[in-house]
Structure formats: C-alpha cells, structure tokens
Design a protein around this ligand. Sequence first.
Ligand code: BES
Ligand code: ZN
Length: 901
Amino acid sequence: MAFAGASSLIIVPFDHWEYQIMKGPAGKAILRSEYKPYPWVVKGLKLKFDIGEAETLVSSEIQLKRKPGMDGDSSIELDGQDMALKSVWVDGRELSEDDYSLTSDKLVISDIPSECLLEIRNIIRPQKNTALEGLYPSGQFLLTQCEAEGFRKITYFPDRPDVMTRYEVTIEADKDRYPVLLSNGNAIESGESDNGRHWVRWDDPFHKPSYLFALVAGDLSHIEDTFTTMSGRKVQLRVYVEEENIDRCDYAMESLIRAMKWDEERFGLEYDLDIYNIVATNDFNMGAMENKSLNIFNSRCVLASPDTATDNDFLVVEGVIGHEYFHNWTGNRVTCRDWFQLTLKEGLTVFRDQEFTSDMQSRAVKRIQDARDLRSRQFPEDAGPMSHPIRPDKYVEINNFYTMTVYQKGAAVIRMVHTLLGEDGFQKGMKLYFERHDHQAVTCDDFIAAMADATGTDLGHFSEWYSQSGTPVVQVRAEFNQAARTYTLHMQQHTPPTHGQPQKKALMIPVKTGLIDGNGNELDLSRHGHGHGEENYSAVLILDRDSKTFVFEDMDEEPVPSLLRGFSAPVKLEYDYSDADLALLMAHDNDTFVRWEAAQLLASNAILAQRERISRGEDPVLPETLKTAVRSMLTDLQSDPALLGEALRLPGEDYLAELMEEVDVDGIHQACEFIRKSLAGSLEQEFRACYGRMKDGAAYSNSPEAIGRRCLGNVCLAYLTTRDSAGDLAQRQLESSDNMTDTLAAISALVYSGSDNATAALADFEARWRDNRLVMDKWFSIQAARPSADTVDCLDELMEHPSFSYTNPNKVRAVVGIFAMANPTGFHAAHGRGYEFVADQVIALDKLNPQLAARMASAFNSWKRYDKERRALMAKQLERIQAGSSLSPDVSEIVNNALSE
Ligand code: BES
Ligand code: ZN
C-alpha cells in the first residue's frame, strides 16, 4: 500500500456504513505513578488522507522497532476511537480478525515481528464531528486539533507524547472545495489527480509527538511576510483566514515577528524551519494550538482592528501569538514525557509569554493583571474540589487539567525559580535544559535538575511546589526594638488541607521585601544586614520552614514593611497594616505591585466592612481613608494612568468572595455598589476632571500610553455613571468613540447603570455588527454579565438570536460561560434559576462538545462555599447532571469530584 501520491478514494455511502463506529472509553483514573515507557520505537510514519464529502480515508504506514530489552511481549497496543477500521497489514500481509483485538479505544495486535512495517486503513467522518477534537469542520474548511488525545480519533497510533517520530503526510481532496492543503513541515511535492482532485505532500524533518500533528484543508486566504533569523535563515510567514477576515490579520503578523525577534534577543532561541503558518478558525475549544509550523488559532486570538477589537483583545492577540510561537522550543523541541508533566511546557511557556508582554508593553501593568488573575481564579480553584498540584497525580480526562493551576500557578512557580536564580542563572539553566533534552520528552524534575545543575543551586526543597496543592498562607508580624535598634519580621506559613491532600509541608517561599521609613524613603537594606554591600532596596527573604525570623540591624526608627514585592510567590499574605501604613505604601513604594495591592487592600477592607454592616441591618458608610486615597489617585498627575486605572478598579466580586468563610453574594455586590456610588458621589468633581484629562481628544493610537489613558478614563466613567447626574456622559462617549474599547466601555456603563439609552445602544450595536462574529460575542457577553437576579430570564432570547450557535464555543462562552463565571449576582440568584439554566446547558452541550460542557460544569465547583439554601440548589443541579445518561468522562469527572466529600 505504498502511496503514489494519488491513490483512489473509497467512498463508503452513509447508509452503507458497514463498520461499527467505535465510541470512546468509559472514565477510569490514570495515575502518574503508573507511567511505563512505550515498548516500541516508531521509526517513521507516513500518513495519507483521502478527504471526501462525508468520509475521509486515512492510510498509515508505521515503521516499528521493538526497544531493546522489551522482547518478552510480541504484541503492540495502539490507541483509536470513534472510527472504523478497514484493514491491517504487517510487512505486506493482511491480518485477519483473529490476529488482533479491537475495543472501543484500543487496537491490540497480538504477534508481530520486532521490526516491521504496520499498515492501517481506517475511515473517519470529520463532517459529523462536533467535539472539535480530531479532524473536524469549520466554515469552509476541515482542520485538526490533536492535543491532548485527539490524534487517536484520526487513526490508530500510540497517541502519547513520549512516542516521537518523523511525519510524512499526503493530503488529497477536491481542488475546488479544498484549494489549500496544509500540514506540518515543508511542502515537498504536489500534483493533480482524477475527478478534479489534487494532492500535496508535507514532510516535517523534526521528530514530534502525535499531539503536534496538524492538517488543514479548505478554502482560505492568507497574508504573507518574512522574517530573517539571527543566523540568516529566511522564514516565510503566513496567516490564513477566511476571506471576510483578511483585513484584520496585520496585528497578528506584526506580533509574530516581534515574538520571533524577542525570543532570539532574550532567550537566544531561533526558529528552526523555513515556513511558519498560522490558521484562524471560528470554531475552537481553546485559544490556540502550537502544532509544529502550523499553529491553529481561535479567530478571537488572531483578528484585531481598532474598530472591532478592544485594547485587551490586542494584548491577547500579541500574547497568544507569542505563547504558541515560544512553544516551538518549550514544548515542541523539548516536550512532555506524559500529560502529568503538562506544566513543564505550559507553565514555562506562560512565563515566557508574560515576559514577552512585559517587555513589549508595561511590565508593571502586566504584573498586576497576572496577579489579579491568579488570585481571583486560581486561588478558588485550588481551594475547591478540583484542587491539584501543578503536576497532578491523577486524572480521568486530561482535558480537565488544562487549568489555572497548571498554567498560571505553574508560571508563578517558574517565576520563583527566576527570582531565586536571577536572569543570568535562569538563562544558564535554560541553556543546559536544551543541551540535555533537545528532541526529548522529559519531566518537570528534568527541568528543575537543569536549573539546579547549571547554577549550583539546591532546588530539592523548592521542587515540593510541583507536588503540593493549595495556596500557602504567609503570616507576617513585625517587632521594633528601640534599645537594640533592630527590626524583626516574624514569618509563618501554613497551607490549608485541600481536596485529596490533607497533610501539607512547609514550602520554600521567596518573600521579596523592602522597608520604607516614615518620610516614604526606601531603606538601603545592605546597611541593615541584608545584601552584599551594594545598594539594595529589596531583599528576597526565603521562608523555607513553618516559621522563620528575619532581623534588620542599625534601625533608627520603625519602618513600614513592603512585602511580597512583585507578587514574588503565589501565596496569601497576611500582615496587619494600619490605614496609615497603606496610605504610605500607596504614595511612596517603588514597587508597583505593592502600591496597587495597598489600594486594593484599602478597598477590600472597606467593602467587606460595609458588607458586614449591611448584613447586620446597619447603613453602610464610606470610610474616610478610602475616600482620601481615591482622591489622591484621581489628582495624581505624575503616575502612569494605566497603574492608576488598575488601582482605582475595585477588587472583583470573585476575589472578595474568596476572602469570606461563607460567601455572601448579594452582600458583596451591594457593598461594592455602595462603595462605587459613594466614591463617585463624594468625589464627582475629581472623577470628572480625571476623565476629562484622559479624554483629551487625541486620535486613536495603540501605544501603551494611549491604552493606559483609555483604561483610567473608562474606570472613571464606570464610577461616574453610577450617578444619575452623569447619565449623559456614557452616551456622549458612545457617540464620539472611534474605537471598540471606548465603545464597549460606554455601552457597558449604559447597560449596567440601567440607563434609558441602554436598549437603543444595544440595538444600534447589533445592527452595525450583526455580521461580525467576534464583535457579536461582546454584544452577547455584555448582556449575559449584567448583574441582576433576572438576567437569567433574558438568556433564552439571546440564544435564539441568529448569530448564536450552540456548536460554536465562542458563542457558548459569551453567553453561558460569562453568565456562569463572571456574573455572580445572576448565576447565584436566590431563586436558583441561574443554576438550573447552566445545568440545562451542560446536559445539552455534553452531547455535542464534552470539553466545553465540562468547562461550564466547573462553575458549580465552589458550591460548598455558599449558604445552606444555595448549597442545596447547586447540589440538586449537580445531581441532575450526574444522573444523566451516557455522560462524558469530561463532565462526569468534574461533577463526581464536586459532589464527593
Ligand atoms: N497547547 C495549548 C492549547 C491546547 C490546550 C490544546 C488544551 C488542546 C487542549 C496552547 O499552547 C495554550 O496553552 N493555549 C492557551 C492560550 C495561552 C496564551 C495560555 C489557550 O488556548 O487558552
Ligand atoms: Zn500553551
């Protein structure tokens, strides 16, 4: 069955579907401790795809060789799901059904020679695939998504990341319907065949695991550019999109070029092929995928122009383009041994994309946004039923472990390594990591070993971060001894027990610390016993036991400690700051994270105190200290507007919920509203003046400065529109806006303030943008996020809108996801219809797209943290989902975990 490039297509008509489609397996837990190497080496793989109207014939030639020492067993086990096996050949001889066994997820061939050619033919039905995993349709084309275990829905193969081989891929399809045929590597041959069909052959010279395989076939347009690498290799860059989007890809291309240059300059890493393709699809479960030389992107992470994309959308495009590009080294050249090691590539690559964004935009703003994200989303995850270490020990469905923990906490752990080793040490470690492991599939321990060995550092204790789940709490107490002129910081740590991990150890926690005197000056710590003689305004204090004491000497007066600078560890810090301390830090700290955190603390203390008053039936009051602090920010003409905007933004209701023993959803919301409205009322002139300064009429630009001004301006707008007296402000901004950031801020302000203009604004927006999918996602989201107990009653109508589609994850996320995850007032409304709605969606979606259904189901994960009535209502919905017939392993793992004790 050697391919001649143009083998004939066998079309099996639908009603003659004579092969049983093998459906996926039942959920069974996989353990990290049970890892076994695969007994076979795959020396080469040739794949041929004959794409038809309803079916695709996949033919594979797998060159096998048993590993030395594995001679005991002459059988071979291949993964395969949801497809029809046509024939199996070994060294040119067709096997009979007695020679192999076929189950719903495995093909086991009982006796094959230790070195042989295995040829397999199977049929798949991509056009019927709604799970967006394997080969599936989107608009005018077919595409693949293989990570983590989608390749097994394409053909029978050892679908695990430690089996790496060289791929040669031939794609044949109708030339009119599928003019573009792409796969990994270089196009080496192409030709025409009968019946208006054509074919292209691709060769990827780099060995790769199956999860990095990709294929795209269909009608796509592209833009093109080139990049010359530091060693002079000229790389052809293309971004493929559907024709209607061709004028919105430039920013993605520019971002790619910036990413390629940055990785050379900061990490010394160069691209390794002559071609780099990016394909954008509307239908994608995730943000994007790093397939070797053929990245596939959710169109949300590619398309951007000022009229359709917000400032944040632009940042997402640049960040995700960077992220997938950076995987070429951290993920593709060196990959994961097994999926328990996922953070090896994801945590590290998120760290790299964070650094990229920090170098391209504002480091200070990026740090604050990442810290906010980690605290409001990863901390709750780590305190709930899905809590797991960044390197999990067990999973049922690996897709459920692409989590905030593996990604964001994983990146925070890498950042701590960077803090401990410094930039030079970290780069030495990276260099050794690539020297040792290029072209290998390795573990997190291998990464840590390279970092340790390259710098002569003992990271043994540090590596506990990979094994322990939960968020450590660091408590700090200060003591000033006038007579001895010493200032002592007593630090203690403990990690609360988490789901499945009751015992905790002390971790190695770097607490970056500074000291500030009463005049707001930073102390030079090298003169107080810390550091090595050079000027030193921050010390990295290592808390590596349950408790530890740090003494500063020769102190004239008691300073204010600036703790956890730069959010140096993913922990909860507890220190009893007075309002005066916080005011001092806000005004004088050189560390922008601590300055921001001081403002957040003032605000969250105020909100939580007012929530308590409300719950006791007392009238809430606006604390004078908060008012003073906000006034000083609004009148601050020196600081970066972007930082002021971040500091003025109230802490999220999800973060505040995280600070309470039992979450009081309505109380938190009311207290936030009260604080926002009273600040706007008592400082209206200051807010107006600041807003006016930010909206100075300058033409649109996407420089970090301009983004910062829009940010601060729109934060002011959100405050101001809580007052009736400022009702026309949002309307005027809407009418004069020349960009999506200001437009959306204005519409949100109108909708959330209950303005009479809201309905018209939404209708106008819909009329203007109804043909633009990504913009319509925003229109859906604004309405799904409206904080009100009756928002749930508008959702069915939203979902009947012609732009809505159940099979499109972006749409489902815009309505169901936003409602369930970003609208606590709506989702947790006491009547329980929010819960019922989301459960209905999970049940319906599970039949189409289990991965997406499982994400939506995880909205119930925090159910035990609410009051008795809500707990009962959520448990009822979880049980209703659980009781459903033929639940996917994806959803059942989430729901079973949530309901288990
Ligand atoms: N490898 C992932 C994409 C992926 C995840 C595919 C899970 C299949 C299953 C990719 O590199 C990634 O991490 N994408 C992120 C965006 C990134 C900027 C953090 C995503 O898709 O959200
Ligand atoms: Zn990634």
